[in-house]
Design a protein around this ligand. Structure first.
Ligand code: NI
Length: 211
């Protein structure tokens, strides 16, 4: 067994991020995808059981499935737009990182689609999430859906969330995993991106993984 925690940078934060994956029974297998096996062997998440089909709604009210992104490298992040700090900072790092990667290598960067999925459909309509995502990168896709759709997607991507108690203004916080995942054009998990280290690290990581 070679758990993904064996990857090079082993910060406490990184271990924290892996905890829910491991708790959910991250299964490793020798499955193959479309990418060259040699490259795949170096992916920290190679063979991990994470990701999978979802059915959500985009800002135009259209149904969107995981398979619709086939052929694109995908960055996936679960959060909510009313988040006071972590989500906007992470979304800015993802969008900014992709913009930097576009300057480094426009051809490869054009194959990358960032996806922000809101776990708070009570407040985040598909339109709100879509507009929120686009403020961080013009190609960032914002999605949400019914609670059932969101829960199904969260389960597939090993994301968890918990709605907090409303304060006197009615605002409620949402605790959630803040893991940024990269998937290959076949939807296979590649790596957890170090979004909390800012846009340049994210750009460098995209340059490392995206072929
Ligand atoms: Ni957040």
């Amino acid at each position: 067994m070679n758990p993904p925690a064996m990857t090079s940078r082993n910060s406490p934060f990184r271990r924290f991020l892996f905890a829910p994956l491991l708790a959910a029974g991250l299964a490793l297998s020798a499955c193959g995808g479309g990418a060259p096996q040699q490259a795949q062997a170096e992916w920290p998440l190679a063979g991990a059981t994470i990701g999978g089909d979802f059915t959500l709604v985009n800002k135009d009210g259209e149904t969107v499935t995981w398979n619709d992104f086939k052929g694109q490298w995908r960055i996936v992040y679960f959060g909510f737009t009313f988040c006071p700090d972590v989500c906007p900072v992470d979304a800015a790092a993802i969008g900014g990182g992709l913009s930097r990667f576009e300057q480094m290598d426009p051809e490869r960067a054009a194959q990358v689609t960032p996806i922000f999925i809101s776990v708070d459909p009570q407040r985040d309509t598909p339109e709100v999430v879509g507009e929120f995502a686009e403020t961080f990168h013009p190609r960032m896709v914002g999605l949400t859906g019914t609670k059932e759709q969101v829960d199904q997607a969260a389960k597939a991507f090993v994301a968890t969330y918990n709605l907090g108690e409303p304060d006197e203004t009615g605002y409620y916080p949402v605790d959630h995993t803040a893991t940024t995942l990269l998937f290959d054009p076949d939807g296979q998990p590649v790596a957890i991106l170090e979004t909390h280290q800012g846009p340049q690290v994210l750009a460098d990581e995209l340059a490392k993984w995206v072929q």
